[in-house]
Ligand binder design. Structure first.
Ligand code: HEC
Ligand code: HEC
Ligand code: HEC
Ligand code: HEC
Length: 493
């Protein structure tokens, strides 16, 4: 008998799915989920016996990714919690949240705090199993974070016996066996000598043996591995019913994929925590497993509990301060120092007056009061500061000496100032203000030229901040000209 595992029309666009399913969603508050049944394409009048709520590859995006208005952005722990609560409270579904892993993408104290914030969120949401991603493994105090939590699962990675090889979840009447695995290529990048690993297939074999012995109704594997390796593993272990991969490149597929030579259904996490996958298990010969992909759009209000968790994260960042987060200002590669936009404005009055009318002037204000985002101030968060002040490295999130350090002490460095594009101005200003005796014309000109930035150079420089996450419109054809027009300042005096 041919089994059809899913029942979703492929032609539905993502938004259409979200909207047909929960038409009235936008008007619901976080704690007031809609009254309609969850998925129009799932068996009518019959909730699954058990379901999994699958997330993964958050990659540092504990908030919706980007800076282009929350309506355009997907993801975030606060929306995720709201969705989960709908399943649990409104539809009374037996659903267990699990995660494929990789909560962070960087190392250092801020990443560690972010990991802990995510673990707190997992506790609130009662996650049942969480895989370990390659970047998680390079956190300096991973052990401190996970010790005793019994949350982390990986069949082929361990850290002082704090990572379980598998877990049997009792979800409603079903026993769902879960294990996670870290792919071969990711094993190579591990820098923590305390971490023990075995090849994926070796770990998986043992874990699946135990899950089979425990008489699980279904076996689900969460694979932080490439697409190819995930498929190979699915073929090797015929016991697997569902395998979730973090290996996909774009959005997760709308429908599960069948893997030739395996009975397993392949699902993808997608990236940046923008999607949740829901897998429903039914006692049904024909279609025992249903799947639905959901985007965490702004249709989902923020959960208050989760906003509190995020606020605590910001308070922790504030308490640490830049030094406590391991950020030591480094000299600018040019060897020069920042003087602040107001100083430039003493001579370049027209450029300065114009700059004050552009959004760049307000960039710092907008992280102190982040408009439509929650009212939590973000000016202690290096991952916001870096593009919203003067004198930082936007993509590497660290300050240059004499760049912005503090809202009060660094008033001259508020906003995306002149020197972010033209470079630190100390030498030029000294040369123009008559401070240097015997200054040759040649030297003065040289220093002026140091400040010159051509439009062509600017284009790349803009994208240090106007990157694909934070300014996707900037990357459309012809966008540069439109953006430049708004900030052009063709005056020398
Ligand atoms: C004390 C006055 C003074 C200050 C302060 C000053 N400049 Fe200038 N700047 C000048 C003069 C004069 C010129 C040459 C104008 C001309 O060529 O007509 C100039 C030229 C420039 C040029 C054009 C270079 C070229 O030839 O293409 C840039 C860009 C520039 N300044 C940026 C800045 C920035 C940024 C600051 C602040 C860090 C700044 N200036 C501060 C006086 C000043
Ligand atoms: C150091 C980071 C940084 C650099 C470099 C930068 N920008 Fe921006 N830009 C920002 C930030 C931050 C904002 C949002 C300011 C706000 O409203 O808080 C912004 C906003 C803008 C806006 C307003 C957009 C809107 O929707 O209103 C324009 C236009 C713009 N930038 C153009 C440019 C251009 C052109 C360049 C390169 C020549 C550039 N920016 C380089 C950080 C940067
Ligand atoms: C890599 C650079 C970068 C980082 C990091 C960054 N921003 Fe932005 N932000 C921008 C740019 C660029 C814009 C302007 C986008 C546009 O209009 O195209 C912007 C715009 C904004 C705006 C104005 C949006 C609007 O509707 O006008 C707010 C608020 C904001 N950012 C908050 C934040 C917060 C909070 C963080 C930290 C979580 C952050 N930003 C991190 C670059 C960045
Ligand atoms: C977002 C990047 C950016 C910011 C911020 C910025 N500039 Fe510029 N500026 C440029 C670019 C790019 C050019 C070259 C434009 C061209 O070649 O057409 C330029 C040109 C200039 C010129 C030469 C103008 C001319 O037509 O010869 C001066 C002077 C200048 N800027 C001063 C300033 C001052 C002062 C500030 C701050 C008040 C400032 N700029 C802020 C990118 C920036």
């Amino acid at each position: 008998m041919k089994r059809s595992y899913w029942a979703l029309a492929a032609s539905f666009s993502l938004l259409a799915v979200a909207l047909t399913v929960w038409q009235s969603l936008p008007s619901f508050a976080a704690d007031e989920p809609p009254t309609v049944r969850p998925f129009s394409t799932w068996p009518e009048n019959k909730a699954p016996d058990a379901a999994l709520f699958i997330t993964g590859r958050q990659h540092g995006y504990i908030e919706p990714c980007g800076c282009t208005g929350l309506d355009n952005q997907k993801g975030g722990l606060a929306r995720r919690h709201t969705l989960l609560k709908m399943f649990l409270k409104k539809w009374d579904m037996k659903i267990a949240p699990v995660d494929v892993g990789n909560q962070v993408r960087r190392t250092g104290p801020q990443a560690q705090l972010k990991f802990d914030t995510t673990l707190n969120a997992f506790r609130v949401m009662q996650y049942q199993a969480v895989g370990i991603g390659p970047d998680d493994l390079n956190l300096s105090d991973l052990l401190g974070s996970i010790a005793g939590s019994e949350l982390c699962v990986c069949a082929n990675v361990d850290l002082f016996e704090q990572i379980l090889t598998h877990k049997v979840l009792n979800v409603g009447p079903k026993k769902i066996g879960i294990t996670c695995v870290l792919g071969t290529e990711h094993l190579k990048g591990i820098r923590n000598a305390d971490i023990q690993t075995v090849p994926p297939a070796e770990g998986l074999e043992k874990a699946i043996e135990k899950l089979t012995a425990a008489k699980c109704d279904n076996i689900v594997v969460l694979a932080f591995a490439s697409m190819d390796e995930t498929k190979e593993l699915a073929k090797k272990f015929q016991e697997i019913d569902v395998i979730v991969t973090a290996g996909g490149s774009g959005e997760p597929t709308l429908l599960p994929e069948k893997i030739p030579g395996s009975k397993a259904l392949l699902l993808q996490t997608g990236k940046k925590g923008m999607y949740v996958g829901i897998v429903g298990f039914y006692d049904d010969e024909e279609t025992p497993i249903h799947y639905q992909r959901l985007a965490l759009t702004s249709n989902f209000r923020d959960s208050k509990v989760m906003l509190e968790n995020l606020k605590e994260y910001q308070e922790n960042l504030k308490a640490r301060g830049l030094a406590g987060l391991g950020l030591k200002p480094v000299p600018h590669p040019s060897g020069l120092t920042f003087v602040g936009s107001e100083t430039c404005g003493e001579c370049h009055t027209q450029a300065y007056e114009h700059w004050k009318k552009t959004p760049h002037y307000h960039a710092t204000d907008h992280i102190v009061k982040p408009l439509e985002r929650s009212d939590v101030a973000r000016h202690f968060d290096p991952e916001c500061i870096s593009c919203h002040v003067t004198g930082w490295n936007p993509q590497q999130y660290y300050p240059y000496s004499t760049g912005y350090v503090d809202l009060e002490k660094s008033k001259a460095m508020h906003g995306n100032g002149c020197e972010n594009c033209h470079g630190p101005g100390s030498a030029h200003v000294a040369a123009e203000s008559g401070e240097i005796e015997d200054l040759t014309d040649e030297e003065q000109n040289k220093r002026r030229l140091q400040m010159r930035q051509t439009l062509l150079q600017a284009k790349t420089a803009c994208m240090e901040c106007h990157d694909i996450d934070n300014s996707p419109d900037f990357h459309k054809d012809g966008a540069f000209d439109e953006y430049w027009k708004q900030i052009a300042h063709p005056w020398r005096d």
